[in-house]
Write a protein that binds this ligand. Sequence first.
Ligand SMILES: Cc1cc2nc3c(=O)[nH]c(=O)nc-3n(C[C@H](O)[C@H](O)[C@H](O)COP(=O)(O)OP(=O)(O)OC[C@H]3O[C@@H](n4cnc5c(N)ncnc54)[C@H](O)[C@@H]3O)c2cc1C
Length: 490
Amino acid sequence: MVPLNERRSTTASERPLRLAIIGSGPAGFYTAHRLMKKVQNAVVDMYEQLPVPYGLVRFGVAPDHPEVKNCEDTFDMVAASERFNYIGNVKVGQHLRLTDMKPHYDAILFSYGASEDKKLGIPGENLPGVYSAREFVAWYNGLPEFRDLNPDLQFGDHAVIVGQGNVAMDVARILLTPVDDLRKTDISTHALETLSASKIKSVNVVGRRGPLQAAFTIKEARELMRIPDVAFAPIDKSLFPSDLRKLERPPRRIAELLLKGTQHTPEESAKSWALKFLLSPVSMYPHETANLVAGVTFAKQAFAAEADRYSKSARVVPTAETITMPTSLAFRSVGYKSTALPGLSDFGVPFDEKLGIIPNDPHGRVITASSGPGELGAGHVPGLYCAGWVKRGPTGVIASTMSDAFMSADVIASDWESDVPFLNSGRNGNESTGLGWDGVKDAVAQSGTKPVSWEDWKKIDAAERSRGKELGKEREKFTSVEDMLKVLDG
Ligand SMILES: Cc1cc2nc3c(=O)[nH]c(=O)nc-3n(C[C@H](O)[C@H](O)[C@H](O)COP(=O)(O)OP(=O)(O)OC[C@H]3O[C@@H](n4cnc5c(N)ncnc54)[C@H](O)[C@@H]3O)c2cc1C
């Protein structure tokens, strides 16, 4: 591996493609992986705002899904290349300006994910006791920003989750899983302590449409069905066709699972969960005496057309009827949201606030909005590319992020082979200095942050694993940047 401060030599005829990647999640790593394979002399500097890499693989994926984190092995392989530099603890837009990077790179890839969540936009959603699934997930996974979230799981015994995607199912599962089953995972100790004192006994996972339109997948539903002594509240059979054979295989299997439910009823079990359908939240109301949410009011929905109620795309319309669900704990889980990176507009790139993405053509070239959608290469801002959630919106799993990142890498490689202009005008014209990190490190030093190399991360990793070993778990994460950096002092 090349130390951060070592300069590489370049030749005029075969100079390397110098790429900066912003964000060290799956999108960034998979793009680096593919690009470094395709362009033999590509040199990649990967910037990450945190000292530690892997994005949502570390801070999003549920701790009881360790097999999902196997992709880290591939990322480690990428990082072992001497053509790859990891530069952690550097937040682009704060510690380093995009305009300061520009002269030293041929291309920049934006793969900085989605760091905010969508709001419901209803009265009461900011009441104490209402959390976003994003912050709750980040809290149990030890993200420094939310380590002090300290959700109150003791005031009452009900929880309501608005939204029915897999993140909502993760939240429900973590709330209902026996704490002893989580102890060996890399869940943060502060979360284990709070969860072990939790009084939550019943969780309602609420969706605006029906079961055949819900976004969760069968694996997540099955896992909830299998938690010992946790019952599933029987589901309304009228939401399914009387003959399930009318459904395609994937929705049919989900329907069978939900209709079968669990052996025990909620009355017979210590804890329970339910899927509630055709309900759209209109407000959250406060407790009479405590400063806390006391319940959620929903407007009942009806299918717009009776004929297509079993199709994935069925639409619903509000009815005049409302229902309330008393609860002292509520989560909104209606999606993540990307935001503009400071300095993007200096490149003539208007962030698409509506879609929450950087405007891009179907391959991942960043475009100016005026070029219109879908025109190959039209309005391409030279040298700028994107991948992952900031490219296509915050949906999709690691596998789809990988395919998407490969597509971005392929287009960078093919542009590099052709006469397409790059950040500093082109391969043979006005070239970048090719300095990469060496060209910007003084600017980063002035910001006061301390860059973290891959070797540094490996020391943090080893320290976390050894803390975990003492506790009989996979790893015990550091939950503050300060503690992560302390490991490097010795
Ligand atoms: C709660 C949750 C659970 C999930 N569980 C699964 C699962 O079980 N299986 C599965 O396949 N998929 C799962 N996913 C989906 C998967 O995590 C995403 O598809 C994938 O992480 C998206 O990759 P990305 O690289 O676009 O974004 P991210 O993984 O978010 O990576 C973005 C990175 O950019 C960094 N960054 C942000 N801003 C800056 C900046 N200014 N400068 C430098 N760095 C910056 C961030 O710190 C982060 O490390 C889950 C997602 C969530 C939210």
